[in-house]
Design a protein around this ligand. Structure first.
Ligand SMILES: Cc1cc2nc3c(=O)[nH]c(=O)nc-3n(C[C@H](O)[C@H](O)[C@H](O)COP(=O)(O)OP(=O)(O)OC[C@H]3O[C@@H](n4cnc5c(N)ncnc54)[C@H](O)[C@@H]3O)c2cc1C
Length: 289
């Protein structure tokens, strides 16, 4: 499988990438790790006339703390997210997700920015980043704006990002004391992509009461779905086994997934409750003050 012929230009700064985007218009595409775009080009699902390589842009890699947020550069590869000390210490749920993406090669080349920009419904990062209330910094020639995960992921392969914008960084609020995070997925046995996955963030007060719950489910629609009914069951209540059971029972409430050759809609909805239990229980276990 060969892609249609295309031009290639390397950008050396975000400003240069933005200038090139303006120059080449919508016939151009940004290239990061190439692990979603190149396969799509080979399948002729995408045929950009020009690729603008971000791989040569400095300053978009790595994880740092900035006030109350952890800031992850858009070009940070999955392995570096999974192994970053700051991520492992403060957001183990994000490390869970980064470490189960694809295989070693994919994790060494694919970038977190490319993953969220591509917004594959079977991707891992969108789900956990929604649970973690992350936001995305988008730069264009007219300035920068920040979009929260709840507003960023719109549908299958569709985000709030405009064609003239570059995603530069992902900001994740640093959890308050007593917060635990976790991510679990049922991978498709052939591709490794998400069949169903759940990300959870739970803040537990010293009394045992749940102060905050954010639960996001992947695989039940075109983009991550907040399990609002589960969150409502948890918030303000003691995190007893009965309360958790009531919450997980509602993890697929209001969803209408499509069945496919591997998993029926009914199976996906059931698996969502099983994985919601695993994610919530793991987050509660990690929620030590
Ligand atoms: C065999 C295989 C298995 C995989 N398994 C999984 C899996 O289990 N879970 C999972 O989540 N993913 C999986 N992936 C996808 C992988 O994580 C990709 O690396 C990722 O989705 C895209 O990142 P990338 O850096 O390769 O982006 P690219 O392929 O370079 O780009 C993807 C899209 O994002 C745009 N883009 C990239 N960076 C930016 C930016 N900074 N600003 C604006 N737009 C940008 C590009 O223009 C393009 O449209 C798999 C991929 C392969 C090949």
């Amino acid at each position: 499988m060969f892609p249609a012929s295309f031009g290639y230009v390397a950008a050396h700064s975000v400003e240069e990438a933005l200038k090139l985007l303006t120059q080449h218009g919508e016939a151009a595409k940004l290239l990061a790790g190439g692990h979603s775009l190149i396969p799509a080009m080979k399948l002729r699902l995408s045929s950009p006339r020009t690729l603008i390589d971000l791989g040569t842009v400095q300053g978009l890699r790595g994880v740092r703390a900035d006030g109350n947020a952890l800031v992850i550069g858009a070009l940070t590869v999955h392995t570096d997210v999974a192994t970053a000390e700051l991520v492992q210490k403060h957001l183990p749920g994000l490390a869970d997700a980064a470490s189960v993406i694809g295989d070693v090669q994919v994790r060494n080349r694919g970038t977190i920015g490319g993953s969220v920009a591509h917004a594959d419904p079977g991707a891992d990062f969108p789900v956990i980043l929604t649970a973690l209330n992350a936001s995305f910094v988008l730069q264009s020639t007219s300035g920068s704006r920040t979009v929260a995960a709840d507003d960023f992921f719109i549908d299958f392969y569709t985000t709030a990002m405009k064609p003239n914008e570059v995603l530069t960084e992902i900001r994740v609020p640093l959890p308050t004391s007593g917060t635990g995070t976790a991510y679990v997925k049922l991978p498709h046995p052939a591709s490794g992509y998400v069949v169903v996955s759940v990300g959870a963030l739970i803040t537990r007060q010293p009394s045992g009461v749940c102060a905050l719950a954010r639960v996001a489910v992947g695989g039940l629609g075109g983009s991550p779905i907040r399990a609002v009914a589960s969150e409502t069951e948890l918030q303000g209540k003691s995190l007893t086994p009965d309360v958790i059971a009531a919450a997980v029972a509602k993890a697929a409430e209001g969803t209408d997934p499509e069945g496919d050759t591997y998993a029926s809609a009914e199976y996906k909805r059931h698996v969502a409750t099983v994985y919601a239990r695993r994610a919530i229980e793991a987050a509660v276990k990690r929620a030590v003050g």
